[in-house]
Design a protein around this ligand. Structure first.
Ligand SMILES: [Zn+2]
Length: 150
């Protein structure tokens, strides 16, 4: 049992590849989103701000046009650990990301705390910006996006 990743939360309809990656990370016993490990497990370019790292999701929700990750740099797991300046920077990142990508409709997601309540696979606090693709046959009109990875 890893304190950094929750393998049981990859049992949703996900690609085998993602489940294997999470299993490897659990076996490695490290946090894939901590700065010293991020480049090893995350193969997308990322931009480092003062409090957050901004990048594309390696395993975007399907069907999505954009799926950005904003990862708190310091390893924290709960929103009660986010400082006011970090919240402010996160808001600025949201606004810039949405503007830069001309996202006219989307979803912000931030799961926090114990992963058994959230479905998160990585416990290190991070946020998602997702713009789904309503033209994809897999698009879920009720949810607005599909919580399926891969
Ligand atoms: Zn971490």
């Amino acid at each position: 049992m890893s304190k950094f990743v929750n393998k049981s939360n990859t049992q949703l309809p996900v690609r085998d590849e993602y489940a294997k990656v999470i299993s490897k990370i659990a076996d490695d016993g490290v946090c894939p989103f901590c700065p010293e490990h991020l480049a090893e497990y995350h193969k997308k370019p990322f931009e480092t701000k003062k409090f957050w790292v901004v990048t594309d999701n390696m395993y975007p929700y399907k069907p999505s046009l954009h799926h950005r990750l904003i990862i708190h740099i310091e390893h924290i797991t709960h929103i009660d650990q986010v400082s006011p300046p970090a919240w402010h920077e996160l808001m600025e990142i949201f606004i810039k990301e949405v503007a830069d990508r001309k996202i006219t409709g989307g979803t912000l997601i931030m799961r926090f705390g114990e992963t058994k309540f959230t479905g998160a696979s990585v416990s290190h606090l991070h946020a998602h910006i997702v713009q789904s693709n309503p033209d994809d046959p897999a698009y879920d009109k009720v949810k607005g996006l599909v919580m399926r990875i891969g």
